[in-house]
Design a protein around this ligand. Structure first.
Ligand SMILES: [Zn+2]
Length: 309
């Protein structure tokens, strides 16, 4: 599942190929060297060198197999940040199970872990089957080797929109595939797959006070607008491409976490009507342009997170 979000600070191209955990000691040394290269207030380097450094940064952060010790801190923004003192979401609990756990992306702030557990409990109380939890953050957050531009600060989680209730034993959780809920062409949800329970799950998540916003496919947002226009919780449900078989839940910065950079507030209103119509217009398909200037860099404090025991 790939989430590249315009509402993030940056979007990072996907790249496959993580480095095995057995290289962790080497990774630690490389991390220190790279941190020194990445974080000084150096003059702007050549563009190709910057690209190479960012590529190396993704590899480096992807190699961390365990969280940095100490209190939980969410540093920077969802699209350019890192995470200290991360907590692991257990492989399963009352009302949830984690899929593709071998990716080692089941880490987050304690706030995220608590919120997932609470959401799972509420979904269960509403009669929904166990939630399938996808990627959260890497052990120390940071840029990922593949698959996401955000998920870097322990405040994001992907929840699959699979409410089939089909058995999912541990051996099947690594390879399971979830079908799209959206028709080819993206104009509407697939009436053969969409169920009222999908709306219930998205609503339950959007009603959690810790949740800042939720990304779903524009066709899913359109469906929700058709049924629930004007509902307060709908404001937090934001349209973005992809997200047709999962929702991406993002939390607000934890209270008192001074290094966490909050995102701009979601616009007022339920996000239906004209604002949503744009997503179905040709203009929405125009390629995004990159803002001028040097690419943004990770917060300086992330160097310490990489180097920490
Ligand atoms: Zn996501």
């Amino acid at each position: 599942m790939r989430c590249r979000l315009r509402e993030d600070a940056v979007a990072i191209p996907a790249r496959r190929g993580a480095v095995p955990a057995r290289l962790a000691p080497l990774a630690a040394r490389l991390a220190v060297a790279l941190a020194a290269a990445l974080f000084p207030a150096a003059p702007a380097a050549a563009q190709d060198a910057l690209v190479a450094m960012r590529e190396a940064a993704r590899e480096t952060w992807g190699r961390a197999t365990l969280p940095a010790a100490g209190p939980a801190r969410s540093i920077g923004g969802a699209g350019l940040g890192c995470l200290a003192g991360a907590e692991a979401l257990p492989a399963e609990g009352p009302g949830w199970l984690v899929v593709r756990r071998s990716r080692n992306r089941f880490w987050g702030t304690p706030l995220l872990v608590d919120t997932i557990a609470r959401l799972a409990g509420r979904a269960r109380a509403a009669g929904l089957p166990p939630l399938r939890i996808g990627d959260m953050s890497q052990p120390r957050g940071g840029p990922m080797t593949f698959g996401h531009g955000s998920h870097q600060t322990g405040l994001d989680v992907d929840v699959w929109l699979d409410l089939s209730g089909a058995p999912l034993p541990p051996a099947a959780r690594e390879s399971v595939q979830f079908p799209s809920l959206v028709l080819p062409g993206g104009a509407a949800v697939d009436p053969e797959r969409w169920r009222p329970a999908h709306a219930t799950l998205i609503r339950l998540a959007a009603e959690q006070p810790e949740v800042d916003r939720i990304f779903v496919n524009p066709a899913i947002k359109r469906r929700l607008c058709g049924e629930f226009a004007g509902a307060a919780w709908l404001r937090r449900v934001r349209p973005w491409y992809g997200h047709d078989s999962h929702m991406h839940v993002r939390l607000r910065c934890p209270a008192g976490d001074a290094g966490c950079e909050p995102q701009a507030p979601v616009p007022a209103g339920d996000g239906c009507g004209t604002a949503l119509d744009w997503w179905f217009s040709p203009a929405s398909r125009a390629p995004a342009t990159r803002p001028p200037g040097p690419p943004p860099r990770l917060p300086a404090a992330c160097a310490g997170v990489l180097a920490a025991p």
